[in-house]
Design a protein around this ligand. Structure first.
Ligand code: SF4
Length: 451
């Protein structure tokens, strides 16, 4: 008797592969040895609805899960020298952009690191640099600022509110003290609650609370208690982040490889579904896998920036800038010693007139970026917008990728005008995204040596 082997059963892909908050990822950037001048890089680019971003690479502690470009603490004088460099960079960028026509900014953000690591007077100076050097009218556009509970002090929040902050994002991560310790972000619940009270007292219109699921020791019950603690503040936005353990982070250094297994994937998927359902049942709408917005939250004000198409000016050593054909930044690292070196080099820099690290974005990459930044939103991709921009339909450009999503049940039946993920597709956003990376970007990311 001959025994025929059963056909292999295709395993579903791992759900937590890559958080696509920007494409291409910085690990695909390389040194631009010819250092293109910014005046040339921006020549002919639309500057009518730019986004402004300032990066402050300082934190009080290095959270165990964090792979962002930031250092712990700052020796005497470093934040002042950093702002001096930011001022020089702003002057050079403004000169490169020119005044014909003048740049117009549609939104602004201070991120990090922890922007509120800066003291109140330093935050005022940061706002001055944005307004006077770059011409960003902070009080007229949405301004988002990230903060940690310990640094969200009343004097700093007062400066930000007075200068026009419309959104304050507080990195809480967990209201459960044991989970906060486990994620190497020790904090007392009472201090977190006090910080939230200060944000509300500052009357910044939008409060966002970040929470993380998948922390060691977290259970369905403890996760629910963090969600309820956040909901008690009725924040206008809540972000739910899956925990990742990445190379060179605090958790990554000690990680047991067995942790990154299917059981952990399943636990995270369960916490995600519980969190999503709980927020939806409490008056929130889902904007993306991570983002939930209170249905009755006030509008943030004018925001005509379309991230798929418009340019971005980033200031600071970890900030990216985007034109239609080049994404650029400075050198990138995760390890603490490397980061310190890059920050020190930035503060000593005099010539900010050229692009140092980056990656060219051709038409194929622009298609992929547009698709990713639309499809990973709950509302999905408007086929007409895509066709207008590229002259083709997404199904013509990505037939195999979209067929795979359909086979997995990850596409919703949204009619011919919309391409939209199903609820399960949205749950698997971090597996959907990498499927649209180009071979060249994949190769560059794979060749990147974490440091
Ligand atoms: S998660 Fe935020 S607060 Fe924690 S180290 Fe990273 S940037 Fe700093």
């Amino acid at each position: 008797m001959t025994v025929t082997a059963a056909p292999p059963v295709a395993r579903p892909p791992r759900p937590y592969q890559h958080y696509v908050y920007a494409y291409p990822h910085k690990t695909a950037y390389r040194e631009l040895t010819h250092r293109p001048r910014l005046a040339d890089v921006w020549a002919g680019e639309s500057r009518q609805a730019l986004s402004f971003y300032a990066h402050i690479p300082f934190c009080e502690v290095r959270c165990g899960f964090c792979n962002l470009f930031t250092r712990v603490g700052a020796p005497e004088g470093l934040t002042g020298r950093y702002l001096d460099a930011l001022d020089r960079q702003a002057t050079a960028v403004r000169e490169a952009l020119g005044d014909d026509p003048p740049a117009r900014f549609a939104n602004a953000a201070f991120g990090g690191g922890t922007p509120t690591f800066l003291e109140a007077a330093e935050l005022a100076r940061l706002c001055d640099i944005a307004e006077r050097r770059m011409g960003v009218d902070l009080r007229a556009i949405p301004l988002s600022v990230e903060a940690s509970p310990a640094t969200a002090t009343a004097d700093r929040l007062a400066v930000l509110a007075e200068r026009g902050a419309t959104r304050l994002s507080l990195g809480v991560q967990s209201f459960v003290e044991a989970e906060a310790r486990s994620a190497v972000r020790p904090q007392r619940r009472a201090d977190v609650e006090a910080a939230l009270a200060r944000v509300r007292e500052a009357r910044i219109p939008v409060l966002n609370i970040d929470l993380i699921y998948g922390i060691d020791g977290q259970t369905a019950a403890s996760w629910r208690s963090s969600l309820d603690a956040a909901l008690a503040w009725r924040p206008e936005e809540i972000y739910l982040y899956p925990l990742y353990v990445r190379p060179l982070t605090g958790l990554g250094r000690h990680a047991d490889p067995a942790v990154a297994d299917r059981a952990w994937d399943e636990a995270r998927l369960s916490r995600y579904r519980e969190g999503r359902d709980h927020l939806l049942a409490n008056g929130y709408t889902q904007a993306s896998m991570r983002m939930f917005r209170r249905a009755d939250a006030p509008e943030q004000g004018p925001d005509d920036y379309a991230c798929q198409t418009d340019g971005m000016i980033g200031l600071g050593c970890g900030a990216r800038s985007y034109t239609s054909s080049l994404h650029y930044s400075f050198d990138y690292a995760v390890g603490m010693r490397e980061i310190r070196g890059i920050i020190d080099a930035y503060t000593a820099m005099e010539d900010f007139g050229g692009a140092v690290h980056g990656r060219a974005v051709d038409r194929d990459e622009a298609r992929r970026r547009h698709l990713l930044q639309s499809l990973l939103q709950a509302r999905g991709l408007a086929v007409a917008d895509y066709r207008l921009r590229f002259g083709s339909a997404p199904h013509e450009d990505f037939p195999a990728e979209l067929a795979t999503l359909a086979d997995r049940g990850w596409l919703a039946d949204a009619g011919p005008e919309w391409l939209r993920l199903s609820p399960e597709g949205l749950a698997h956003s971090d597996a959907v995204g990498p499927g649209f990376f180009s071979p060249a970007v994949r190769a560059a990311m794979a060749a990147y040596d974490p440091r």
